[in-house]
Design a protein around this ligand. Structure first.
Ligand SMILES: [Zn+2]
Length: 320
C-alpha cells in the first residue's frame, strides 16, 4: 500500500491547510495543563511547538502528548463546527471511502480475525467504538457472519448510516455509553485514541464495555515509529488539535494496565512509515541511499520496523 492511495495528495494538502488555520485560531489561554496521559507523571519536557500548540515528552515513559490542551468541551465544539473537521468528514472521507475500504478496512478485518484465531479468543459479539459510517463492521461481517456486530458512534449523520445498514448503534461517545456495560466479548476502536482529550477515561470506558476476560483491539498512532521519529514536528501526523496523544510502547502498556486490563500486547503492523518519509521531501544521506537501493530493500526495511515495534501505526490487544 502507498500513502497516495489512501490520502490523495491534493485533497490531503487542502485538509492540512484548513487544519493549520483551525489550530492557529484556538485561544490557548483556556488550555488545561495535564500530567502524562500514559503514566500520570508530572515530569515532562517541551519537545515540539506546532501551530500554536505544545507537545511534551514524558521523562518517565517517553510518551509524547499535547500539553496544555483544549478542554473536552472545546474539542467537542471543534469536531462539530471547524472547517478542517467538516472537510475531513464531508469531502475527504466520502471521496476516499471505497479505496480505504479495500486498502485499509478489508485488510484490517482479515488481520483482526487472524489475531483472534491465533490467540484462541472466542467471541459471540463485537462492538466498534467510533465506527464512522460502519465500513469496518461491514468488512468484518463479510469474513465472520456468525457473531453479532454493534457500533458506538457519536456523529449524527454517521450513526444514521450505520443504522441504515442494519446494525445496532448507540449515538454517543464511549465515555457516556454505560447502558452497554459488561456486554461485549470484543471491542475494537480504530484511530480514535490519538484524538481524545483524556486517554485514561477513554480506555477505562472501553474496559467497562467488556465482559470479564473480554478483549479489545485499539489501533492508533504511536510516538516510536520511523516516520515520526525521522520527520519530528514536520510529520503530518503531528497535527493539532486533531492528534493529541502519541504514546511510547511502554506508555501503551502503562495506560492499559492503569485502566484495568490484565494483559497488554503492543504491536506495530504499520506499512506506510518508509513511504511517508520518502515522499516527505526530507533529505538525508541515509534516505538518499535507501531510495537508490530500490523497492525490495525498502520493503524489507518496513518489515524490520514492524517486527521491532518501530512503526508509528500501533495495535494494542488487551484482555480485561
Ligand atoms: Zn509517562
Amino acid at each position: 500500500m502507498k500513502e497516495s492511495e489512501i490520502r490523495p495528495k491534493k485533497l490531503f494538502e487542502e485538509y492540512l491547510y484548513l487544519s493549520k488555520k483551525d489550530a492557529e485560531s484556538f485561544d490557548n489561554k483556556s488550555f488545561e495543563s495535564i500530567n502524562c496521559v500514559s503514566c500520570d507523571s508530572p515530569l515532562a519536557k517541551l519537545k515540539y511547538k506546532k501551530d500554536g500548540f505544545k507537545y511534551n515528552i514524558c521523562e518517565s515513559c517517553g510518551t509524547l502528548f499535547c500539553n496544555p490542551r483544549p478542554s473536552l468541551e472545546t474539542l467537542n465544539t471543534f469536531y462539530k463546527n471547524s472547517a478542517s473537521a467538516k472537510f475531513w468528514f464531508e469531502e475527504f472521507l466520502p471521496k476516499v471511502e471505497e479505496s480505504r475500504r479495500e486498502k485499509i478496512f478489508k485488510k484490517k478485518a482479515i488481520q483482526l480475525f487472524e489475531l483472534i484465531d491465533e490467540k484462541k479468543i472466542n467471541i459471540s459479539n463485537l462492538c466498534d467504538v467510533g465506527a464512522g459510517s460502519g465500513i469496518f463492521i461491514e468488512e468484518m461481517k463479510k469474513i465472520k457472519n456468525d457473531i453479532s456486530y454493534f457500533a458506538i458512534e457519536p456523529g449524527e449523520v454517521s450513526s444514521k448510516i450505520i443504522a441504515s445498514k442494519g446494525f445496532s448503534v448507540l449515538q454517543k461517545s464511549v465515555e457516556y455509553s454505560k447502558e452497554w456495560s459488561n456486554k461485549f466479548d470484543f471491542v475494537v476502536s480504530l484511530e480514535v485514541l490519538e484524538h481524545v482529550n483524556k486517554p485514561i477515561t477513554f480506555v477505562e470506558s472501553i474496559n467497562s464495555l467488556l465482559k470479564k476476560d473480554g478483549y479489545c483491539l485499539i489501533t492508533t498512532l504511536g510516538y516510536e515509529g520511523f516516520d515520526i521519529l525521522t520527520l519530528e514536528e514536520d510529520s503530518n501526523s503531528i497535527s493539532p488539535p486533531h492528534h493529541l496523544n502519541f504514546l511510547s510502547i511502554k506508555g501503551f502498556e502503562l495506560l492499559f494496565k492503569r485502566a484495568g486490563f490484565s494483559e497488554v500486547h503492543v504491536m506495530t503492523p504499520g506499512v506506510l512509515d518508509v513511504d511517508i518519509v520518502l515522499n516527505s521531501g526530507k533529505s538525508t544521506e541515509f534516505l538518499r541511499i535507501l531510495k537508490l537501493r530500490g523497492d525490495s530493500v525498502i520493503k524489507e526495511f518496513q518489515e524490520f520496523l514492524i517486527k521491532n515495534k518501530l512503526s508509528s501505526h500501533v495495535w494494542v490487544l488487551a484482555k480485561k
